[in-house]
Design a protein. Sequence first.
Length: 225
Amino acid sequence: MTDAQTERLVTLILARLQPPVLVMVTQALGYRHVIRQRLAGCGERLHLALESDIADGEQWCELGETLSDWQRALPQTRYKALLLPFLDYPLAAELVSGTLQSPVARRLHDALLAGIPVLALRYHCDPRSELNQLRGCSDNSRYAAHVEATLSRLTAIGVTLCTLNEMLEKLASGTDRPTADATTRRYLTVTDIVNNPSLAGAPNVVLTDAAVDFIKAKQKTDLDN
């Protein structure tokens, strides 16, 4: 056995001793080939959860072990991290709202509850990303601000939005379990205000439009009384 073969064998054995990384591959378009190439060379043991009817599914299957029953439940495996290479806005909104209609959103919910670090690339969902700028998105519109507010709430619940370089660096250095950050901005809904009105005066909070309208209406009612 040559030195190169020995080194490769040692690398494979060490990789087997490490927890695998779960990659959830969804339908969003853009940067798919280059992201797949970079993940193929990341040196991690990958488990692939592929959304149905993905056109490039066969190429993703070459990266590691393909899971067949992930739609029903999160595999009982100690994962190092869960990667979401193609997070688009509908999926981000679904997770933040808690509707959890899709299998992907339900497994992300399970991972966050289990304390598994969730790393998502921001290219497809962030209005300011290069990909969306190339598509002609305006990052100054009111809707873009709404999208960014949703992404901030997504970060607040434990999803780390990052670039591909940042994602690979985090995997190489080891991902920490998510912890509460006292400086994280929290977006408060009407329900939050109804349940605990004092939250509106807490630092680092931002009110949704509906919550602002609710507080104004309540203040007006209080003055009238």
